[in-house]
Write a protein that binds this ligand. Structure first.
Ligand code: FAD
Ligand code: DLZ
Ligand code: SF4
Length: 530
């Protein structure tokens, strides 16, 4: 794909090759035909990208450290890299500004880049050719398995654009977990029903990393001198953002990210499926991979990751429910949400199916709430810039849905606080999956649930001042009365959805006094927010 080019075709001549912070892949399309004798790679740490939401300091440090290490690897290959640091006195503060400065400094006559991951920057990039007056070649991001245009064609004319149908296409296209006769391995596409084990007490183990009997700890990578310099910079500039910068032990190179992946496959993948939905106060990561930040920044390649997991299954080192579940997240969900994002933006971000307008409560930033589940997830997020899927979906996400929090404020929070967050993946997950703000494009029913779900799938309720078994009254779990209040508020909208028939039937059987008490509890509680 090429943008409007005032000067005609892209032609020959020295070329500026832009590599964004989340594009640290040697296979990047913008680098594929690089002429080492003439071309320059531009990488720039800029204030606009670091502050368009108040990113978690660990996220900024991770990205800057990844960028600096990747630039050094390119230079070691003999490639000329123009690397602009955040504290460079002439730093213009934006990617577009740095492209313009680099063209002037290098004499390059065209720009080659790769599609970016957010609509706001994509729109800016499409304007560069006209603004700067040189041809700008914006190439497909073929680090994803599914091109945007392919997804658009696939979605065209379908009544429902569901992940499960997309996922089967991806299994066929990649051949992952397919048997010799072209059927899904094990005779089923999906083993999710085996992947809902509640937490086992032994998983709590001894503390954040997992204990004696608990999940093996996620590997830790000591910062080298380059990363330490980044940490000093981030400390000086972004200490006021939500989140702990130290300790910082994420991988920041491809080699270390591969080590993290290998350790996951060997140590945690076998139980990934069983405990995929479990939450415990004693282990932050359980059996999750903690690789989304590496995949999304370009340090790991999705197909390579899936092939490594498939190999573990074929060699008998991991069961099918775990490997299928893991692969589905990557070739299914990850590709699908990106497809939805580019299919539906920019209108997607503007929908608000339930008309939710309440401000985001302060406790999303402070963790100061008596709700033990939320306090735990926000605290983990603050320490690690990480929480696993069910924590994001069924704790902070479900609360925001039930309490009617403004989707834009909720999305801005998720985009800021997780080290793996970019809008292409964050928005559909938050706006669509967690908040149902898209009216059901992604999920066939809202992920509304009472405290019963959190009680079944976590250990949080044991230490909570609220009583998860109570539906009303001052000691009742807020998720309980908020859930019924949500159903009452939106009964008309939800009535058409066959998957909501059961809870709506239960609601219809409730006496007026009970309903009144629930409404009153919900009103009283919501008034105390902020
Ligand atoms: P694992 O549980 O080990 O899963 C393996 C991999 O599968 C992940 O690394 C990720 O690449 C992929 N994956 C799993 N679920 C999803 C999903 N729903 N969508 C896309 N990829 C998925 N993921 C992000 O990468 N960035 C985000 O900003 C983000 N925001 C989210 C917001 C909400 C409200 C919700 C409910 C989910 C969000 N997710 C996001 C998806 C998911 O929660 C994270 O990918 C996952 O928790 C990352 O941890 P992990 O690497 O240990 O994943
Ligand atoms: C997230 C991020 C941050 C914090 N900083 C930079 C930066 O200084 N320079 C850069 O090129 N990219 C950064 N990024 C990643 C971009 O925000 C990302 O490329 C876009 O959001 C598109 O996905
Ligand atoms: Fe969360 Fe309710 Fe359980 Fe407390 S009782 S931890 S608020 S689900």
């Amino acid at each position: 794909m090429s943008c409007a080019e005032p000067g005609g075709g892209v032609g020959d001549g020295p070329t500026l090759r832009l590599v964004l912070g989340d594009q640290a892949s040697r296979s990047l399309s913008a680098l594929s035909d690089i002429d080492q004798a003439r071309d320059t790679v531009l990488m720039a740490e800029v204030a606009a990208e670091a502050t368009y939401v108040p990113h978690h300091p660990k996220k900024i440090a991770f990205l800057f450290a990844v960028m600096r290490h990747f630039a050094a690897e390119l230079e070691a290959e003999g490639i000329a890299v123009r690397y602009i640091r955040l504290d460079d006195p002439d730093n213009s503060g934006t990617i577009g500004g740095e492209v313009a400065r680099a063209l002037a400094a290098t004499g390059a006559r065209r720009v080659v880049c790769t599609q970016c991951g957010e609509y706001r920057l994509d729109r800016a990039m499409r304007g560069w050719a006209a603004e700067i007056g040189v041809p700008v070649d914006i190439r497909e991001d073929d680090r994803f398995l599914c091109a945007r245009a392919w997804f658009r064609d696939w979605a065209a004319g379908r009544k429902q654009v569901r992940m499960e149908h997309f996922y089967r296409e991806m299994r066929r296209a990649t051949g992952l977990l397919m048997d010799a006769s072209g059927k899904p391995e094990g005779g089923q596409w999906n083993f999710d029903k085996d992947n809902r084990k509640p937490p086992d007490d032994r998983l709590g183990g001894g503390g954040a990393g997992g204990g004696l009997f608990g999940p093996p700890a996620v590997p830790s990578f000591a910062p080298d001198a380059t990363t330490r310099a980044v940490l000093d910079l981030v400390e000086a500039r972004f200490a006021h953002h939500f989140g702990d910068l130290h300790p910082f032990d994420y991988a920041v190179t491809r080699a270390d990210a591969e080590t993290a992946l290998d350790r996951f496959i060997a140590e945690r993948l076998p139980l990934f499926g069983d405990y995929q939905d479990a939450m415990t106060a004693g282990s932050d990561h359980l059996y999750h991979s903690v690789i989304a930040l590496y995949l999304n920044a370009g340090l790991l390649d999705p197909l390579g990751v899936c092939r490594a997991a498939e190999r573990a299954y074929r060699e008998g080192a991991a069961p099918l429910n775990a490997v299928e579940g893991f692969i589905r997240q990557i070739i299914g969900w990850r590709e699908y949400v990106r497809g939805i994002y580019w299919l539906r933006m920019p209108d997607y971000a503007e929908t608000n199916h339930f008309g939710a307008v309440r401000d985001l409560p302060d406790f999303y930033w402070t963790a100061e709430t008596d709700m033990a589940c939320i306090a735990h997830v926000v605290d983990e997020t603050r320490r690690l810039a990480y929480a696993h899927h069910i924590q994001r979906l069924m704790v902070t996400g479900t609360f925001a849905l039930l309490a009617g929090i403004d989707p834009k404020q909720v999305c801005a929070w998720y985009l800021a606080v997780y080290a793996d967050a970019y809008e292409w993946v964050e928005l559909p997950n938050t706006h669509g999956m967690a908040l149902h703000a898209d009216g059901g494009l992604m999920a066939s029913k809202p992920y509304a649930a009472s405290g019963k779900y959190i009680d079944r799938m976590s250990t949080y309720c044991r230490d909570c001042r609220y009583d998860v078994k109570r539906r009303d009254g001052p000691d009742a779990c807020p998720f309980n009365y908020l859930y019924w209040d949500f159903l009452m508020r939106h009964a008309d909208r939800l009535g058409d959805n066959p998957r909501m028939a059961m809870p709506l039937k239960t609601l219809a059987r409730m006496g007026d006094d009970t309903k009144r008490a629930i409404r009153e509890d919900a009103r009283r509680f919501l008034e105390t927010l902020n």
